[in-house]
Design a protein around this ligand. Structure first.
Ligand code: SF4
Length: 278
């Protein structure tokens, strides 16, 4: 007898992170309610996050990298030059993401960014010997490495992938706040999801990952724990159910105040309350 191969939907790691913010975000996005372009009022933070992320991809030019004359970029002025170059390239690299942003507004955010970044304290932290920079200097990294795993029915694009002789190390760039110690729980789970994808692709064991909190130049290493992998798989299952049509509860710390789905979410709740008398 012939069995038809079942087509399993592939879930993105970004859906897992969205779920951790609020499961309903997965629901509404899956139903195509996401508006194209940048949500109103969010333009500045979106541009800043893009600038920060691109800066993280160019840190090697700041932490003692070499210029054309073969000398290291040592001064704050040199670093500012790198930051300016990064800012100038962003509109070409992120053309799609920045669609609809007014030129003058974009230039103003860019100017503020160049002025505020690269101060002495930030530079000192970037240039301090830390594990990420040591690894990057020695091995380099692959930018935005994408993996698809049929076995896991999951895919993802990790910001930086460092490969040493013995290890494959996923690194994520985060533009938000840095926790006092270690990395945020949601970042640990996201790293665990990438680790499983990489383990499947490279047939290896991923022992650790790194999170770059670029705004404050904090580079944190995190061990890949079994319990985080288990949680990532549990969330993967939930995401599949939601994509299949299940309307979930809202997240404990759901960011409703800044949510583009707020109106839709309220309407849906009212409808369900009417139906079930809740
Ligand atoms: S409004 Fe709140 S509960 Fe609804 S999707 Fe947005 S964050 Fe989640």
């Amino acid at each position: 007898m012939e069995y038809k191969q079942e087509h399993k939907p592939i879930i993105k790691v970004s859906d897992l992170t969205r779920y951790m913010l609020c499961p309903r975000l997965v629901y509404f996005s899956a139903r195509g309610h996401e508006q194209g372009g940048i949500a109103k009022g969010k333009e500045k933070s979106v541009i800043e996050n893009i600038l920060l992320k691109e800066l993280a991809f160019n840190l090697h030019k700041i932490y003692g990298g070499e210029d054309e004359e073969g000398e290291g970029d040592e001064t704050e002025a040199d670093a500012k030059r790198v930051i300016e170059d990064v800012a100038d390239g962003v509109e070409w690299i992120y053309r799609e993401e920045l669609k609809g942003v007014e030129k003058d507004f974009f230039e103003a955010v860019k100017r503020d960014f160049v002025c505020s970044m690269g101060n002495d304290e930030w530079l000192e932290k970037v240039r301090n010997e830390n594990e990420l920079l040591k690894l990057e200097k020695a091995e380099g990294y692959e930018r935005e490495h994408t993996t698809v795993s049929e076995k896991l029915s999951m895919s993802g694009s990790v910001d930086k992938l460092i490969r040493t002789g013995e290890e494959v190390i996923p690194c994520m760039i985060k533009t938000g706040k840095c926790p006092e110690y270690s990395v945020w729980r949601s970042d640990r789970v996201q790293l665990a999801a990438y680790a499983m994808l990489i383990e499947d692709e490279f047939e290896t064991t991923v022992k650790r990952g790194i999170v770059e909190y670029i705004r404050t130049a904090e580079f944190r290493e995190s061990q890949i724990r079994r319990r985080d992998k288990a949680l990532a798989l549990q969330i993967l299952k939930q995401v599949k159910r939601i994509k299949g049509g299940v309307f979930p509860e809202k997240g404990e710390n759901a960011p409703c105040d800044n949510c583009v789905f707020e109106e839709m979410c309220d309407t849906k709740k009212t409808l369900l309350s009417k139906l079930f008398g809740k």
